[in-house]
Design a protein around this ligand. Structure first.
Ligand code: ADP
Ligand code: MN
Ligand code: MN
Ligand code: MN
Ligand code: MN
Length: 349
């Protein structure tokens, strides 16, 4: 869009945004679509602000195969786009038989978390993504490198900054962001979160990212390798700890968990991207600074391994560890289920 038209659009929008507000409240229902990757949303007007999630009614949507879906509100955030008192609400999806839709793993994840409550599991996820122009070319290339500054190499900082501010307003536990390994690749981090909260906050942070990108007329893609041949695939590292791991002498429990993970490498890779491992086959290859798709590895303070113990955790003898295998487009609920089943519930295969 040309600059003058963009200015007109902004001032027109400002007019509507500044109209006097009644007592009504707009609630945007957000849910994960059947591909387990993209998000959908629609907005309902309530006559007053809901005090909590219980005040937000169920709603309906249609699936791609035309059957009816029920949207069950599970987590409420402030709406950083239309501001207070409006809400963004993450929803669980029930199919037409009123059971959790096959494609959504949240309810299974809640069940798993209930079994391990006493371990107080914390998760933190790093979300890498690429910004693309509307023609799906990397936003403002040519490339530059990791955590750098300067306008020739950094592209999209406004998007990343606005996303961070919008998440903070919404109440998302976003703990940081940085330019990633190559120009137009960025990362933000969520956490630490207790149990299911991780998935809820990451999915809503992704939704907010796509909305911010709409305003900047760019595309955020979580595809692991959106530009063929480039060497910086996008990942979704998951950081994990239990109460024992965080306490004095916790390293012993971290090492135990890593040993269990080493025995279920292929299972984890089959659920660490939404295509049964196919995305990670593209990502975890020898051309990049990543670990091997075929073999499990772990080390202190290393980046080319499946699982890393951060140097500071090793030195202090307690803390958390990082599983670097999840792909950027992973479903966090799927990743968390596998982590808990393997590390805390004795799953083996
Ligand atoms: P990296 O060094 O791998 O780039 P980041 O700083 O990007 O690490 O991300 C670290 C992540 O670890 C954050 O999401 C943070 O919330 C999470 N984290 C920190 N402490 C813990 C903990 N004790 N348990 C689980 N996750 C944690
Ligand atoms: Mn990081
Ligand atoms: Mn990173
Ligand atoms: Mn990276
Ligand atoms: Mn990391």
């Amino acid at each position: 869009m040309c600059v003058s038209l963009q200015k007109i659009t902004m001032s027109v929008k400002n007019h509507y945004m500044s109209l006097p507000k009644g007592t009504y409240c707009q609630v945007t229902y957000v849910w994960i679509s059947e591909d387990k990757e993209s998000l959908r949303s629609k907005t309902k007007t309530l006559c007053k602000e809901p005090a909590g999630i219980k005040d937000i009614p169920e709603w309906f949507a249609v699936s791609t195969n035309i059957t009816e879906l029920t949207l069950v509100p599970v987590k409420m955030f402030r709406d950083p786009f239309s501001l207070d008192p409006n809400k963004l609400v993450l929803c669980e999806v029930l199919d037409y038989k009123q059971v959790p839709a096959e494609t959504t793993l949240r309810s299974k994840c809640v069940e798993v978390m209930e079994k391990v409550e006493k371990f107080e599991p914390w998760f933190g996820m790093e979300q890498e993504y690429f910004l693309l122009d509307l023609d799906r070319k990397p936003y403002d290339w040519p490339p530059g490198w990791s955590c750098c500054v300067g306008s020739e190499i950094i592209h999209g900082r406004d998007v990343a900054t606005c996303h961070n501010l919008a998440c903070l307003y919404a109440g998302i536990k976003i703990c940081g962001y940085n330019p990633e390994a190559i120009t137009s690749q960025w990362e933000f981090q969520i956490g630490p979160c207790l149990g299911i909260e991780m998935g809820d906050h990451l999915w809503m942070a992704r939704y907010i990212l796509h909305r911010v990108c709409e305003e900047f007329k760019v595309i955020a893609t979580l595809d692991v390798q959106p530009v063929s041949g480039h060497l910086c695939p996008s990942g979704g590292h998951v950081n994990f700890s239990t109460k024992e791991m965080r306490s004095e002498g916790g390293l012993q429990y971290i090492e135990e968990a890593i040993k269990k993970l080493s025995r279920r490498h292929s299972h984890h890779l089959s659920v660490y991207d939404p295509h049964g491992g196919a995305d990670n086959i593209r990502r975890l290859n020898s051309q990049t600074i990543t670990s091997s798709f075929k073999e499990f590895s772990s080390a202190v303070a290393a980046r080319d391994v499946s699982v890393r113990i951060p140097g500071q955790v090793f030195r202090s003898g307690h803390g958390y560890f990082e599983d670097r295998r999840p792909a950027a487009n992973c479903d966090p609920y799927s990743v968390m289920i596998a982590m808990i089943e393997t590390c805390l519930l004795g799953a083996a295969d």
